[in-house]
Design a protein around this ligand. Structure first.
Ligand code: FVH
Length: 267
């Protein structure tokens, strides 16, 4: 599979994608808004977006967000007739549908994507990439991009890859919020956080994971073995213990506050 892949965006993820493709023998051209970030990769660095897109049989876009994708593509869009783009930038389903419609108006075929990996796991067995858009386009692109992660088509609607990506993130942040909240409770009450994580929280979450995923459904029906009265009381108990430890009971709010604290500290 000798297709030439161009990549727009050399953040942590763009660099990981480029490395995995290069390791698999693909020819890779890269472009980044701030030049000079291709050092050590072994890819050819293009000096403009247009030059990068022209160099590739297909172009992977992996930028910060939808606004940065629009900002990057808008000046060159009228010259992109016939190009194939794969957008692996995170965003919402609506943003993905609008982007596909806008690019279609310029004669560009877009496959929308969502990366189910973090930079160190790109190209490993567990990594997979969600794609949505025309099936024939997926069939063409999938073998070329397989080295970054197992390709998984989730439908013709260009919004679906983003929808599933964001919904999966909701599951991840939910677990992350719970874990962060749990550790804060133990810390506030003077417990041994490391031992708690190793001996209690990790094994407990692993044991519960299949039930959390399998039990998540939209119906109001109650499985036979499930005792909603006990579960409702159990949740109230946990919230009361959280208040007792002085930890806000809004799990997502607690995680949000700690992420923003970290972001300010890192700035
Ligand atoms: N890293 C991760 O763990 C996650 C895993 C799942 C998927 N996400 C999404 O991947 C997109 C890129 O993420 P990233 O980790 O590469 O992000 P950064 O390292 O922050 O790099 C951002 C790149 O975007 C460029 N950029 C930002 N704003 C603009 C703009 N207005 N115009 C053009 N380019 C822009 C930035 O360029 P520069 O700052 O170096 O000039 C970086 O190349 C993202 O959607 C994640 O949600 C990653």
């Amino acid at each position: 599979m000798n297709e030439h892949v161009s990549i727009l965006g050399l953040g942590a993820m763009g660099r990981a994608l480029a490395s995995a493709l290069l390791a698999a023998g693909r020819e890779v051209t890269v472009w980044n808004r701030t030049p000079g970030k291709a050092g050590g990769l072994g890819a050819r660095e293009a000096s403009s977006v247009e030059e990068a897109i022209e160099a590739g049989d297909l172009t992977v876009v992996c930028l910060l967000d939808d606004a940065s994708v629009r900002e990057t593509l808008a000046p060159v869009a009228p010259k992109l007739d016939g190009a194939t783009l794969v957008n692996l930038t995170s965003g919402s389903a609506r943003q993905a549908r609008r982007l596909a419609g806008w690019l279609d108006g310029h004669g560009v075929r877009l496959l929308a994507g969502g990366i189910m990996a973090v930079p160190p796991t790109v190209g490993t067995d567990g990594a997979f990439i969600l794609y949505s858009g025309a099936r024939d386009l997926f069939d063409r692109v999938a073998p070329v991009l397989a080295p970054i992660g197992r390709p998984q088509w989730v439908g013709a609607d260009p919004g679906f890859a983003a929808l599933y990506d964001m919904a999966a993130l909701s599951g991840m942040y939910g677990m992350s919020a719970g874990a962060d909240h749990a550790v804060t409770m133990v810390h506030r009450e003077g417990g041994d956080v490391e031992a708690f994580k190793r001996e209690v929280l990790g094994p407990w979450m692993e044991q519960m994971l299949p039930f959390m995923v399998g039990g998540a459904d939209m119906s109001e029906s109650v499985p036979e073995e499930y005792n909603p009265a006990m579960q409702a009381t159990g949740l109230e108990n946990m919230l009361a213990a959280s208040q007792e430890a002085g930890v806000p009971e809004d799990l997502a709010g607690h995680l949000r506050a700690s992420l923003w604290r970290m972001r300010r500290a890192a700035a």
